[in-house]
Design a protein around this ligand. Structure first.
Ligand code: SAH
Ligand code: F3S
Length: 454
């Protein structure tokens, strides 16, 4: 048995890829370890969406240099988005690095690790594939885990948002065959998974480029029909592709949770146009209105970038107004960071000073904190189902879980409930979470309209 130390940076895509790295290497007799000192193989699964994420990778690698000096036989590799972005250049920059594998090459990892021992040159594998089979595990690979599981349904992105490196490091859209996805979710359900999160950079484009394949709304309907699955989530959707069919799915599919992550990026049409997002604010708000009309309970979260090149105070103020108008349940906000190969980095100077970017971010986040607190307080008194995930972050004897609308609830209750759906009465609220108590016998009138406990 050999030991693998695996460090993951970035989004859920990378998390699910890391689970796969562990499975693929598990078949080669590698077991995960938390202790880098004893590891035979050290792998970093990396993120390059912003410069800060990329820098974290180099500082992590810096820490491993000394280990390599002491134990020359330890193998160190970098995968994921920085690997894809940098390729060979990473070997030059990090002389003690043994291998580089790109975002499409996890299935090749055993071979690549072997090449470290057999080849003169250090292996670099960053090819992109159009055939989706590179995303498949061998048929006999069993995924085990808790009550929640991520399932990749597609990779890549065909959009051209001017700030975004993702299409460059994840490639063009490739969808997995729907039968394979359905079979994987069935197998997960048989192993006790009750909640699935379907993953892709732009899930609404699912199947569009594969002749004869079903679309995303139909895929959701098929997953909805799988026994044992109780909750379905997905991420991420591009607003332009929020189709009428998907809006109907929210009205019709009882397992589809009332939450949508719909990145807007900016509240200003001129910034949206420089970002090449392909919609105006009116388009965006129109789609949101139609969704809310069909699914009034739906919680909305979003991504926002502040300090995009040329962003004026007036353009930024439009984003603040948007927050007031939509009243998002949650936002993820970032300061703009120019990325290699992107249109924005080529066309525009990164001309907003850091100080102003940070100041705008703070104003945005302060405004959102107030909005989220108000929205969370409105939940007090309600009884909602949470899927218990584990101990609360504060480790104060509470357990935590999420409501269907993706709100975190901390409540006193036995840890044995992990993986269970538990009705809780909401008793308090902060800007980022709710406080609850197990609701015991629940009156039918208190139940969520979809009747998770019915
Ligand atoms: N559709 C994708 C988006 C990936 S990037 C998905 O799968 O989630 C996630 C978020 O990072 C984007 O929505 C955007 O808000 C932010 N982001 C991307 N590029 C950025 C950049 N160059 N600078 C700052 N933030 C960026
Ligand atoms: Fe990036 Fe835009 Fe695609 S944000 S992942 S290019 S939808």
């Amino acid at each position: 048995m050999k030991l693998l130390f695996l460090q993951t940076f970035g989004c859920q895509m990378n998390q699910v890829d890391s689970e796969r790295i562990a499975r693929v290497m598990g078949r080669m007799d590698y077991t995960l370890t938390d202790c880098v000192e004893n590891a035979d193989l050290i792998l970093l699964n990396t993120c390059s969406v912003r410069d800060k994420a990329e820098q974290k990778v180099y500082s992590a690698l810096g820490r491993f240099k000394e280990i390599k000096q002491r134990r020359a036989d330890v193998i160190i590799g970098v995968g994921g988005c920085v690997a894809q972005q940098e390729g060979e250049a990473l070997l030059k920059r990090v002389p003690y690095l043994d291998l580089v594998f790109g975002t499409h090459n996890i299935h090749k990892l055993p071979e690549i690790v072997e090449q470290v021992q057999t080849l003169e040159n250090r292996p670099v594998e960053t090819a992109f594939y159009r055939d989706p089979s590179y995303m498949e595990d061998p048929e006999d690979a069993v995924r085990v885990g808790g009550a929640k599981a991520f399932v990749t349904i597609m990779q890549g992105c065909n959009k051209v948002c001017s700030f975004c490196i993702v299409p460059h490091v994840r490639g063009r859209e490739v969808s997995r065959p729907s039968e394979k996805i359905v079979r994987e979710v069935e197998a997960l359900a048989n192993h006790g998974v009750v909640e699935v999160m379907l993953l892709g950079q732009n899930v609404n484009s699912y199947g569009k480029r594969t002749p004869g394949e079903i679309g995303f709304a139909e895929l959701l309907a098929r997953v909805n029909a799988i026994d044992g699955i109780q909750r379905i989530r997905f991420t991420t959707s591009h607003p332009q592709d929020l189709s009428p069919e998907l809006i109907e799915a929210y009205a019709e599919l009882e397992k589809l949770c009332e939450h949508l992550h719909l990145p807007v990026q900016s509240g200003s049409d001129s910034v949206l146009s420089r970002m090449r997002r392909g919609y105006t604010l009116d388009d965006y708000l129109g789609r949101l209105r139609r969704l809310r009309a069909r699914c009034p309970e739906v919680a909305i979260s979003t991504d926002i970038i502040v300090g995009f090149p040329g962003e004026t105070e007036t353009e930024f103020a439009a984003t603040l107004e948007l927050l007031e108008q939509v009243k998002y349940d949650e936002i993820y906000s970032f300061t703009y960071s120019p990325r290699p190969q992107t249109v924005a980095a080529k066309l525009y100077d990164d001309d907003i000073p850091d100080g102003i970017k940070k100041e705008r971010l703070t104003r945005l986040q302060n405004l959102q904190r107030g909005i989220a607190l108000c929205k969370n307080r409105e939940r007090i008194g309600a009884v909602e189902a949470i899927l218990v995930e584990g101990r609360a972050k504060l480790n104060n004897g509470q357990i935590m879980g999420r409501t269907r609308s993706n709100r975190i609830v901390n409540a006193f209750g036995p840890e044995g409930l992990v993986g269970e759906l538990l009705p809780v009465r909401i008793t308090g609220a902060t800007a980022t979470s709710l406080i609850g108590e197990p609701a015991g016998a629940v009156a039918a009138s208190d139940l969520h309209p979809e009747g998770e406990f019915a």
